[in-house]
Design a protein around this ligand. Structure first.
Ligand SMILES: Nc1ncnc2c1ncn2[C@@H]1O[C@H](COP(=O)(O)OP(=O)(O)OP(=O)(O)O)[C@@H](O)[C@H]1O
Ligand SMILES: Nc1ncnc2c1ncn2[C@@H]1O[C@H](COP(=O)(O)OP(=O)(O)OP(=O)(O)O)[C@@H](O)[C@H]1O
Ligand SMILES: [Mg+2]
Ligand SMILES: [Mg+2]
Lengths: 199, 165, 199, 165
């Protein structure tokens, strides 16, 4: 299990840096394994190095070997560090709402690229993103669509553009949800018992 | 391996039976506020065996049973059925489609089924694990929860990678 | 202080019902004073009556009088109950993201209408709202603008429509924020040292 | 009574001095992700005397001091100045404009000013209270926090009304 984790983590590490450079053009991102927090705090106060969210400091090569020798490595946590273009590295808590969403999405996609799950459901993950960043996210999603299935819930028109299949849901006059329409690759398929849009 | 369809009946706002057919690639679900979009995500999470009512926004698990509207009486049971395409053989069962279903009655009685045959929660968990879907549904990002991976401790983030590994 | 609270609460109660009927057309909303939770839980598990978020049950008239007589009333909490059109009353946790935002906004506006603060800052409060609900929110904001000052932060174009004054901010090439432009009631005022939009 | 202007210097991403002039009515602030919009709200909350770094998204209060960019060195001090229009006389001072300022230095040393004259935090609190602005800034709804009033216990919601009352 341990070596599986390490192998996976290395792949995720690599992917994270690549995804961050796509979602934050001109920026850089890094994942690091760190000692678990010892003080029981959520780690925020141990932010020694700047540019990281929290976590008890980065292990050196020697420390890693010591750990391998005797101390349990699999207690180490994952520290996320991102430097957007032109900005210096700082605590993730100070990042803007949209920036935080992008970092979280980059982490998720980094794992996906290493070990794809059969499907992903994303519910309004782009709520905090401006149009430019939504476009970057959608281009990325599109590049993944041969590898895995994505079900994307949104109320944004822009996101509808990348759909292979588009479902509309609606609250009916009887107070229950119904499928209003389904469109696949340009064909509209109206379902039976459907009222016109804009009821 | 992909999610082929989701059927729901008596589940949250889906009082009447509905069926969503999904294809590989990108499916987008749109609709107004309160129309039932996130309820689809809840249905999938729930059918996969979720044990915590708060993960589907309820206080008790019976909260997922359609509780009535101005025009319609409450349901006595919630049922969700997921069909996975298994033509790649990812799930070690000799079926090209694998169906997982879950039911819950008002009195709290509940059942799980694999290919319509009753089973235990643990059987569902093992099957999903074979399919590459962890029990903690790390592949389902709920509304408002995208930041959650940043807020946990570094050690909590490990779980995401451990599940994938 | 106690009677001030009660007088204010009554006004807020009234306003809440009115604001909810505007933001949830055909719907109803109600605020109630309830006993504090005794079990130390966050109140969710005491949801006896349905259609409310949580809280330890509604006090009857008699109980209110008993409380007035001897027990401290000012420990009572505020229970929020909303019934959207066509739907039955249920726990707020089951409401959709957009519905929850609207309920929270209704609560805030109900207090504002009773005792306006000199200014409000709203930072992306409409993130979960669809266009129809954003419009309802903006119509409401407009109706308030003679009474109080609103500073509304957004990345949505629709929201820009109600601005008397519009500020654009931007991250400069030097990694610091600058004011890109300011427009008041249709006049554009470009500020010195400003680069063109889309740098 | 309204907020007439906000000046910031060395505060978060506002390294160079900026000034926002506000009018009664509705001001809308737009800009791309990470441009500094929410930092304006933080500046107002901070200048009003906020004592908790997490309320302005920091781990320590020094987190609000401009910490540098690729092209610019970190600042040694953060300063924010708010000017309130007082022509209605809501604040019991004989001025038609009332200015509140706050400074913080890297070493943690900080100061408050009313009309450019040094004062204590408690003086700022009293002045704001006269102005109808509670210390807990219930009139500032931070990004992602609109639902917060629904998540608290019913007794926590009281505070919103008590502050206004
Ligand atoms: N047990 C239940 N019975 C009936 N209706 C329910 C039940 N549980 C939830 N609902 C209703 O389902 C609706 C919520 O649907 P959902 O969260 O899927 O909306 P949504 O389409 O995601 O909206 P949004 O865009 O605002 O996120 C709510 O109006 C809620 O009252
Ligand atoms: N002390 C600091 N020094 C320099 N930059 C800082 C400091 N604190 C925060 N920042 C930067 O300010 C930016 C955040 O700005 P802000 O939160 O105001 O963005 P925003 O315009 O609200 O974006 P969004 O639309 O995504 O919410 C971040 O990029 C962050 O790195
Ligand atoms: Mg939703
Ligand atoms: Mg922001």
């Amino acid at each position: 299990i341990e070596s599986t984790f390490n192998a996976t983590f290395e792949a995720v590490q690599q992917n994270f840096s690549e995804v961050v450079s796509t979602l934050f053009p001109g920026g850089e991102g890094r994942l690091t394994l760190v000692k678990p927090e010892t003080d029981g705090a959520d780690g925020v106060r141990e932010d020694g190095g700047g540019g990281t969210d929290d976590g008890g400091g980065v292990m050196t090569e020697e420390e890693e070997e010591d750990a391998a020798a005797g101390i349990s490595i699999d207690q180490r946590g994952i520290e996320i560090s991102v430097k957007p273009a032109r900005k210096t590295v700082r605590s993730l808590s100070l990042f803007s709402g949209g920036e935080r969403s992008l970092v979280a999405i980059a982490f998720l996609f980094a794992i996906f690229l290493a070990r794809p799950a059969p499907f992903y459901i994303l519910d309004e993950v782009e709520a905090a993103l401006d149009d430019t960043n939504i476009d970057r996210l959608l281009i990325m999603l599109r590049s993944f669509q041969d590898r895995t299935q994505f079900i994307v819930i949104t109320h944004q028109k822009r996101t509808m553009e990348v759909a292979d299949t588009l479902y509309g849901v609606s609250m009916g006059a009887d107070g229950t949800s119904k499928i209003l329409s389904r469109r696949m690759n340009g064909d509209d398929a109206e379902l039976s018992g459907v009222e016109t849009i804009g009821d | 391996m992909y999610l082929k369809s989701v059927k729901a009946r008596g589940f949250k706002s889906f009082a009447r039976p509905v069926e969503f057919a999904f294809e590989p690639g990108i499916t987008v679900v749109v609709g107004p506020n309160g129309s039932g979009k996130s309820n689809i995500a809840d249905a999938v999470v729930w059918a996969m065996g979720e044990q915590s009512p708060s993960a589907v926004r309820g206080a008790t698990m019976q909260d997922v049973i359609f509780s009535g509207s101005d025009q319609m009486a409450p349901s006595g049971m919630a049922e969700v059925e997921l069909v996975f395409d298994n033509s790649c053989g990812t799930i070690p069962l000799d079926f090209s489609e694998v169906m997982i279903s879950r039911r819950l009655y008002r009195d709290g009685d509940g059942q799980y089924f694999i290919n319509k045959s009753g089973c235990r929660l643990i059987d569902v968990g093992e099957l999903l694990s074979d399919a590459g879907l962890g029990r903690d549904s790390h592949s389902i990002i709920s509304q408002g929860k995208v930041d959650a991976v940043l807020e946990g401790r570094p050690t909590e983030r490990r779980a995401h990678i451990e599940e994938a590994a």
